[in-house]
Design a protein around this ligand. Structure first.
Ligand code: ATP
Length: 236
């Protein structure tokens, strides 16, 4: 087995007295698609926040390409290739679509060419490049958030609930983008409440419950695991 591109080891994240994540470890192979699923408040967002440098873990280690990045700033991690598509998209609604994409490339040379590629990839953004991002629909804003992250040339793309709140057709489009990004060689860590869809596209899944990983395995096996079906897939 080759070395994982990203490893999370014995991660603990606290917010004051709230223990959001404990004893959480998993590896992400280069080019892989790993999903974290689980109910609201299970700690998935906090794992991504610690991995991207937005929160400092209480303890544990994040290793990227063999380097310990646990104490690196968020922007240094972006430069190295760890890029987050945050929950709720977090696009800047009073800037234009083009300006939002430019923000993704602020630490990259020749980001203009990458922005051009995003317009090829998401024609709806090209048509509306001079409009304010706040005028986009929720699904279009999600495409912009993904496009902004891709302009930063990720080696590992961390995606937090990209399908949340979207109409079924847009959910399909978001998952198609996730699969195409992965097919281009970008490693993906996907946090999703839509466990069935996430496990369908992923290689490996981890089910988080109250701050730690309760079940892990090949995603296709988790889809059939009676414990996972009962808790997360049965009602869909
Ligand atoms: P969701 O799907 O709702 O985002 P999640 O699985 O991503 O859930 P987290 O958002 O990581 O879970 O939250 C884990 C726990 O940490 C929850 O109990 C949550 O209330 C708490 N928490 C998250 N962020 C903060 C914060 N900034 N301050 C205090 N508690 C927080």
């Amino acid at each position: 087995m080759s070395e994982p591109i990203l490893s999370v080891s014995d991660l603990h994240v606290n917010y004051g007295r709230v223990q959001a994540v404990r004893d959480t470890s998993f590896d992400v192979p280069e080019g892989g698609l790993v999903t974290l699923v689980g109910s609201n408040g299970a700690g998935k967002t906090s794992v991504l926040a610690a991995t991207s440098g937005l929160v400092r873990p209480r303890s544990g280690r994040i290793t990227f390409l063999g380097q310990d990045v646990t104490r690196w700033s968020a922007h240094r991690r972006v430069s190295a290739g760890i890029v987050l598509v945050p929950e709720g998209r977090q696009i800047l609604s009073t800037l234009t679509i083009e300006e939002n994409l430019q923000l993704g490339g602020w630490r990259r040379r020749q980001s203009g060419a990458r922005i051009g590629q995003m317009y090829d990839r998401f024609p709806v953004l090209a048509q509306r490049r001079r409009q304010l991002a706040g005028t986009l629909s929720g699904g279009e804003q999600q495409m912009l958030a993904i496009g902004r992250a891709l302009v930063a040339e990720p080696r590992v793309l961390l995606m937090d609930e990209p399908s949340m709140g979207l109409a079924p057709k847009m959910v399909d489009e978001v998952f198609a983008v996730i699969e195409s990004v992965r097919a281009e060689g970008v490693t993906v860590v996907l946090v999703e409440q839509n466990a069935r869809r996430a496990l369908t596209v992923a290689d490996t899944g981890h089910v988080m419950e109250t701050g730690s990983i309760a079940h892990s395995g090949p995603a296709n096996e988790l889809l059939e695991d009676p414990r996972v079906v009962k808790a997360y897939l049965g009602m869909e």
